[in-house]
Design a protein around this ligand. Structure first.
Ligand SMILES: [Zn+2]
Length: 191
């Protein structure tokens, strides 16, 4: 097996938004959410990619950004879920907003599920392909570590959510952020 290089690319885009604080009633003023697509990756034997591969890496990174922007848009407009890129901390009183709960809830199982899937893949990989005598032990240990990290991140997410719920419990007037989607309209128009 020869050595190879990982070529990575990630695209991001800014979306402006603002909100009226539910806790101190002040206007946040213009804020910026940075929406980023998943990182695209291509493995190659060469340090620099040829044009064809480079453009396919660019396309992958761009497609990931398009789907992230579309997801953020449909979540916000249709389901009133605001992804975590829209920070809900008030610039004046630094308190969180009730609409910030939606993004946390939506994201709660993301990392834990990834950990469990990774655990299963790693465990199975160690068990079937390691070729050593105590492969079952190694497989269980590898899977176990992933499961523990997954459970830990779930607990952390539940704590974060509980903390934010507590901090926003006294809110009487619930608001939502006003998002200016015009800067990403060209992306929303893409198929
Ligand atoms: Zn405030």
């Amino acid at each position: 097996m020869g050595s190879y290089y990982k070529h990575k690319k990630k695209e991001t885009i800014d979306v402006s938004y603002s909100f009226r604080c539910e806790q101190c009633m002040k206007e946040s003023g213009p804020l910026t959410a940075v929406i980023s697509g998943m990182e695209a990756e291509i493995n190659s034997n060469y340090k620099t990619l040829d044009d064809k591969k480079q453009s396919s890496l660019n396309e992958m990174a761009h497609a990931n950004l398009v789907s992230a922007v579309k997801e953020a848009y449909s979540n916000a407009v249709e389901k009133h879920i605001f992804v975590k890129a829209f920070k809900d901390e008030c610039p004046h009183c630094h308190k969180p907003q009730t609409w910030g709960l939606s993004g946390l809830k939506d994201d709660m199982f993301g990392t834990p599920i990834v950990c469990v899937i990774l655990g299963i893949i790693l465990g199975a990989g160690c068990y079937f392909f390691s070729g050593v005598e105590n492969n079952l032990m190694i497989a269980l240990a590898a899977a176990g570590i992933c499961f523990v990290i997954g459970a830990g991140s779930l607990v952390l997410n539940i704590l974060k959510l509980g903390n934010k719920k507590k901090q926003t419990a006294g809110v009487i007037q619930k608001n939502e952020p006003v998002i200016d989607w015009s800067s990403v309209q060209h992306i929303l128009n893409e198929r």
